[in-house]
Design a protein around this ligand. Structure first.
Ligand code: RP5
Length: 219
């Protein structure tokens, strides 16, 4: 028996799949996760490393689309849902089954625990849409990446949803030069940071560098 709150999401996904909306107005990336307890890893949060949300919004100028029929001004967007493979298998199935028709080009799917089945099952149902799996914990890695021959999934290391977002945008960039430019610019920013830190470490010396860069407690 499917709960009403879940059934209404399933119905909504199917209705949206029938709408045939212009591709510029549909989310390009779908982010799903097994539980809202995965959100700190999938999005980033206080005292957590930055996640997919930060990569997309802060580094690559994407916007989150919260209403399917009311796209943000940003050309490139993503959407976010919780759908558990084990608690709400119908919702997982509906999301994966309708994703392509709803205009999604790539899915990022994260799950934790030892039975992290959302990414691999979504990859099988959404095929040929690419799915990037994020094992939310180290113990989830095997269940995310362990797919049989002929049933592909792409995956990142445990917790690295930031990289999953970059990979998703790399896929989209094959068709959108603007995204290619944003990825290159992001990488140049990384290089600039390393160069500046390296020069400072060399020129300030280790004690001077610690004074400049570290909190007093760390030194
Ligand atoms: C997995 O079980 C979820 O992806 C989550 O990582 C884990 C625990 O879920 P909660 O009990 O916190 O909802 O399916």
């Amino acid at each position: 028996m499917t709960a009403d709150s879940v059934q209404s999401l399933i119905d909504q996904l199917h209705e949206e799949a029938e709408m045939d909306r212009p591709t510029e107005e549909t989310p390009d990336i779908g982010i799903i996760m097994g539980s809202d307890s995965d959100l700190p890893t999938m999005a980033g949060g206080k005292d957590k490393r930055p996640g997919a949300y930060a990569a997309l919004v802060e580094e690559l100028d994407f916007a989150e689309q919260t209403e399917y029929t009311d796209a943000p001004d940003a050309r490139f967007t993503f959407e976010t849902f919780v759908c558990s493979a084990h608690r709400t298998p119908d919702l997982m199935y509906a999301y994966a089954e309708t994703a392509e028709a709803r205009g999604i080009d790539v899915i990022i799917a994260g799950a934790g625990g030892k039975s992290a089945d959302l990414p691999n099952m979504t990859a099988s149902i959404a095929y040929p849409l690419p799915v990037i799996g994020v094992p939310v914990q180290e113990k989830s890695v095997d269940s995310v990446i362990g797919m049989p021959q002929g049933a592909p999934i792409t995956a990142v290391d445990a917790g690295k949803s930031f990289n999953a977002a970059l990979t998703a945008v790399q896929m989209l960039a094959r068709e959108h030069d603007e995204l290619r430019d944003r990825l290159v610019s992001y990488h140049q920013g990384l290089q600039t940071g390393v160069g500046e830190v390296s020069r400072d470490l060399h020129e300030l010396g280790t004690p001077g560098f610690k004074d400049e860069y570290w909190d007093t407690d760390e030194a």
